[in-house]
Design a protein around this ligand. Structure first.
Ligand SMILES: [Zn+2]
Length: 214
C-alpha cells in the first residue's frame, strides 16, 4: 500500500489525560519520529498527575523525547476520573493551548474511549483545533473498547521493545494493575502490525476522521 510520510510534519502536539497515556497510545510512533525527524517540535501535555505519578510522567516523557531537539513537557493537575465534572477548567486550559503555535499533527484520545477522562480530551481537541490533522490513539483497558482503527504507523521492533521497557520502568505505580503488562502493549502492537502488513511486524494504530489530500 502506498504510504503517507511524516515529511510535512514539523510541529506535533500530544494530549494525554493521565501520566502514561501518550506513551501507551503513540510512544512507538514518537520514538520513530525522534529517529526519523529529530528536527520536529513536540509539545507534550499530561492533564493529571500529582506526586509520584507526576514524577513518573516527567521522567518518562523526557526519555521518549530524548532524540527530539525541541520539546516542551507540560504537566497539569486536573482531578483524575473527574474530567467531565471539571469540564469548564479543562476547556479554559484548551483555550490557552490554542494560542500555542499551530500544530501540524495532534495526537489525542479515541473519541469512543470508555474512560471518561479520555473522551473529554478527545472532544475538546476537536472543539479547539478546527482545521488540523488529528490522530486518535488507543489505550487498552478492562472496559474492552478497542475498535477498528484506520491509520497505521509501522514501528521497528527495537523501538516497540524500548517503548514497553520504558513503560514498565517508569510507571512503577501502575505495575499492580492487571492490564499494565509488557505483553498487553507488545501484543496490541503486534496485532496492529499484522492488520497493516507492517514490514517490521509491529505498528501503532489510530483513528483519523479527516484527511486532506493536496
Ligand atoms: Zn488514561
Amino acid at each position: 500500500m502506498i504510504g503517507f510520510s511524516f515529511d510535512n510534519i514539523n510541529n506535533v502536539l500530544c494530549l494525554g489525560a493521565h501520566s502514561d497515556d501518550i506513551e501507551i497510545g503513540c510512544g512507538g510512533t514518537l520514538l520513530r519520529l525522534a529517529r526519523q525527524r529529530p528536527d520536529i517540535k513536540v509539545t507534550w501535555v499530561v492533564f493529571s498527575g500529582k506526586g509520584a505519578r507526576a514524577s513518573e510522567a516527567k521522567a518518562s516523557a523526557q526519555t521518549f523525547l530524548h532524540g527530539i531537539k525541541k520539546s516542551k513537557i507540560i504537566l497539569k493537575q486536573f482531578r483524575v476520573s473527574f474530567f467531565p465534572f471539571e469540564g469548564k477548567a479543562i476547556k479554559d486550559y484548551f483555550e490557552i493551548l490554542k494560542r500555542l503555535p499551530q500544530p501540524d499533527l495532534i495526537f489525542t484520545h479515541y473519541r469512543d474511549d470508555r474512560h471518561q477522562d479520555h473522551r473529554v480530551l478527545s472532544d475538546f481537541a476537536w472543539n479547539t483545533w478546527r482545521n488540523h490533522l488529528v490522530l486518535e490513539y488507543e489505550v487498552p483497558k478492562y472496559d474492552g473498547d478497542l475498535g477498528v482503527p484506520n491509520v497505521f504507523v509501522p514501528v521497528p521492533e527495537d523501538l516497540c521493545r524500548e517503548k514497553v521497557d520504558n513503560l514498565c520502568r517508569f510507571f512503577r505505580t501502575q505495575n499492580n494493575k492487571h492490564w499494565f503488562a509488557s505483553e498487553t502493549f507488545l501484543g496490541l502492537m503486534r496485532l496492529r502490525g499484522m492488520e497493516c502488513a507492517s514490514p517490521t511486524n509491529y505498528a501503532e494504530a489510530f483513528y483519523c476522521r479527516k484527511l486532506v489530500l493536496e
